[in-house]
Ligand binder design. Structure first.
Ligand SMILES: [Zn+2]
Length: 154
């Protein structure tokens, strides 16, 4: 997937998390392209280590650490400890990227360094209609969730 498609998937995943959706959604958009940093690191194959559940756990761990450092000042988000919330934000941000890429025929190697690539064979990564369609779907879902929240619905 390209940036527009990944942003759309990140928005769609963020909508499903009404609690702290603003913080989560903001971080997810910021990190939407993080796994594709492998394009710029020599020696690391594309859709290799940075497109795995292990990487999602590592990013979640980094955010959990940041949450632990901040916890003295803030404590909790809602009823969730900041460390756990940080892990959730990091893990789901990378997970949303993996979800976007698993739609493509090349798939992602979720269990790197073991296993093989998984793909749902929905669309090619360079499909303009799919990328913009996901982006607009994400925008629409956020707008709809915002409108429902403004009316006091779930
Ligand atoms: Zn990717």
């Amino acid at each position: 997937m390209y940036r527009t498609g990944h942003l759309g998937v990140s928005l769609l995943v963020a909508v499903g998390q009404p609690l702290a959706a603003l913080a989560t959604g903001g971080a997810m958009l910021w990190l939407a392209m993080l796994p594709d940093v492998d394009h710029r690191i020599p020696g690391i194959p594309h859709r290799g280590p940075t497109h795995s559940l292990l990487f999602a756990v590592l990013v979640g761990g980094a955010f959990a650490g940041a949450g632990a450092l901040l916890a003295d000042g803030v404590g909790v988000v809602g009823h969730v400890p900041l460390t756990l919330f940080g892990f959730f934000v990091g893990f789901v941000s990378v997970g949303a990227h993996l979800l976007g890429d698993v739609l493509t025929p090349a798939g992602v190697n979720l269990f790197w360094p073991w296993g093989r690539a998984f793909s749902l064979y929905v669309t090619r990564a360079d499909n303009t209609l799919a990328n913009w369609g996901l982006f607009l779907l994400g925008i629409f879902a956020v707008a709809a969730a915002g409108a429902l929240a403004a009316q006091g619905l779930p």
